[in-house]
Design a binder for this molecule. Structure first.
Ligand SMILES: Cc1cc2nc3c(=O)[nH]c(=O)nc-3n(C[C@H](O)[C@H](O)[C@H](O)COP(=O)(O)OP(=O)(O)OC[C@H]3O[C@@H](n4cnc5c(N)ncnc54)[C@H](O)[C@@H]3O)c2cc1C
Length: 292
């Protein structure tokens, strides 16, 4: 899985597939259900830490397929879930529609962004969403209107086993110069404050109410702290970077240290923003993550 995550970390999966049609995806899901094989979906793995043992199941990604993006003159957009968020943002902004330009530079796919309700600089991908089509493990397709879904800070209400295949949005028209300025501001801030030279999974923790997780970790003096080749970034303390050969255990060790110090110093419990895959209960307990 290290080949399929931006962290560059993770042991093997039993199988990894890029289905190139709905029927192939449906067949894969049915096969997994019939064989009782665990299934996990990834986009680009940019918000994911996979254990060193890997995952004993099938991983399915549509990051290289399901890439249709149709932007109509009235601002309505049909987007398959494998479209990269960067392209989604760029094409919609260039067409003169506003609402996603501050997500410029968020890695990953639109499918992953919807599950995570990805956002940046005050805007989230769910804001101008109309509906989402998912495929269930039994091969059944379901369309959710936005009102049937719940989105919160880095959270959505999609059910386990539901694979997002496409989404529809409606964006308002905006001033092209202002859109471009907001896009540039977002890129500039990202380059200035994030350690983009190294592999990472973005922010490790969600920001607790009224605080930035990075600020709290920085105050505990943990910037630059290392475990093997994993390091709490000196540029942005909510990022853990892989300096080369970091293992998932290295990252978990730093996560545990940061949570402990922040809890002791501020009495605030940091919650993970990244998703974990392939960790045994024993391992989660070892790193005090059993309740996350
Ligand atoms: C340098 C860097 C900067 C980042 N900056 C930001 C930021 O500013 N804002 C922000 O919100 N995030 C940020 N992230 C985190 C990450 O990019 C986002 O969460 C992104 O939207 C994840 O997309 P993905 O396709 O890589 O999803 P993955 O990491 O592959 O998956 C994330 C979750 O979605 C599920 N999933 C993925 N695709 C599907 C699908 N089609 N159907 C059902 N479930 C699916 C997975 O099972 C997993 O639970 C950053 C990451 C990095 C590395």
């Amino acid at each position: 899985m290290r080949e399929h995550t931006t962290f560059g970390i993770g042991g093997p999966a039993a199988g990894f597939h890029f289905p190139d049609s709905r029927s192939e995806l449906g067949k894969l899901l049915k096969y997994a259900k019939a064989e009782e094989l665990p299934v996990y979906y990834v986009g680009s793995g940019s918000n994911l830490l996979v254990s060193d043992e890997g995952f004993d199941g099938i991983v399915i990604s549509i990051a290289k397929t399901f890439t249709d993006l149709d932007i109509r003159a009235d601002g309505s957009v049909f987007c398959e879930a494998g479209v990269m968020t960067g392209k989604f943002v760029r094409d919609i902004s260039r067409a003169g529609f506003t609402g996603v330009e501050t997500l410029s530079g968020v890695p990953g796919t639109v499918g992953g962004a919807l599950v995570m309700n990805a956002g940046a600089f005050g805007h989230e991908i769910s804001e101008h969403l109309r509906q989402v089509t998912v495929l269930r493990l039994n091969g059944e397709e379901r369309v959710y209107k936005k009102a049937e879904l719940n989105f919160a800070y880095r959270e959505s209400s999609f059910q386990e086993g539901e694979f997002i295949i496409s989404a529809e949005f409606k964006f308002p028209a905006g001033d092209i110069t202002e859109i471009r300025n907001r896009q540039e501001m977002a890129s500039l801030k990202r380059r200035k404050h994030q350690p983009l030279k190294y592999r990472s999974a973005g922010s490790i923790f969600k920001n607790p109410p009224s605080f930035a997780a990075g600020y709290l970790i920085e105050q505990t003096g943990l910037k630059g702290a290392r475990s093997g080749d994993a390091m709490i970034s000196g540029r942005h303390a909510n990022f853990i970077v892989n300096l080369g050969k970091a293992t998932a255990e290295n990252v978990m060790e730093l996560i545990k240290r940061a949570r402990k110090r922040v809890s002791e110093q501020f009495d605030i419990r940091l919650e993970l923003e990244i998703e974990l895959l392939g960790f045994s209960r024993k391992m989660l307990t070892k790193y005090a993550l059993s309740t996350v």
